[in-house]
Design a protein around this ligand. Structure first.
Ligand code: BTN
Length: 239
């Protein structure tokens, strides 16, 4: 465990650690005050100091082939959503790797991989979970406090979340990929049910699968289509 009172980005710090030291698998880098948090697709991740969990786990999934990299995302997202649903029901996964509650985002995951000979050498799994923060500049963000009205101990929550993720990671390591995929789909917003999407045009569709490389399979009137990250937006009631 590496605790940093403040830092630019725990993912950056953890990535540097993997290059400059022989960091052990399972090393967690956590900060109270992340000043330049990184999000998906070059976005920023904002979190008020001392109110939320912002941490990165160093993993060495050298059993996982590059083309199956999304299985790691599935395992991590699943561990996280299962943990949250134990606190209170109603969390689900929004493809590819966001955790949502009632149409709002409570947590995000950013995984950065270093590849060697078609396998993963190290993966830095960054997690931002909105815990006790009350107000957000983005209307689509929400915290556990906003949902349950309770304040949570960050240290205890870190241990519990890490445990839940480790449980799913070990399943991945021991080849239980069908189980992980099946359970990921069970928690996936829009899986098997018709809802509204936007791929430049609004349309009704039904998610039928997520491939091991992360492509989303959607069934629509015109037939089945596969979407890459950012090619498809979910349309929520108030958006
Ligand atoms: C997203 O865009 O949804 C992913 C957000 C990931 C944020 C976390 S916070 C801890 C870790 N360090 C970072 O710089 N980013 C991740």
């Amino acid at each position: 465990m590496v605790f940093l009172p403040s830092c630019h980005s725990t993912n950056e710090y953890a990535n540097d650690l993997t290059k400059t030291s022989n960091a052990l698998e399972g090393t967690v880098v956590i900060t109270n005050n992340q000043m330049a948090g990184r999000g998906q697709m070059g976005n920023r991740w904002e979190a008020e100091p001392g109110e939320n969990l912002t941490f990165s786990i160093i993993l060495k999934p050298n059993f996982l082939k590059v083309e199956k990299q999304f299985l790691l995302t599935m395992a991590v997202a699943l561990g996280l959503v299962e943990y949250l649903n134990e606190l209170t029901a109603g969390f689900n996964l929004k493809w590819p790797n966001d955790i949502y509650f009632d149409g709002k985002k409570v947590a995000g995951i950013l995984i950065q991989n270093a590849i060697k000979s078609q396998y993963h050498e190290t993966s830095v799994v960054g997690i931002g979970l909105n815990v006790n923060q009350k107000d957000f500049s983005y209307p689509s963000a929400i915290s556990l406090y906003n949902i349950t009205g309770q304040q949570y101990g960050l240290q205890e929550m870190l241990e519990e979340v890490s445990y839940a993720i480790e449980k799913r990671y070990l399943q991945l390591k021991f080849g239980e990929t069908d189980l992980i995929k099946q359970d990921y789909l069970q928690h996936l917003l829009g899986f098997g049910t018709e809802r509204l999407y936007d791929d430049g045009k609004l349309f009704n569709g039904r998610i039928t699968d997520v491939l091991d490389n992360g492509l989303l399979e959607v069934e629509r009137n015109e037939g089945v289509r596969h979407y890459n990250f950012k090619e498809l937006k979910f349309v929520f009631g108030d958006s």
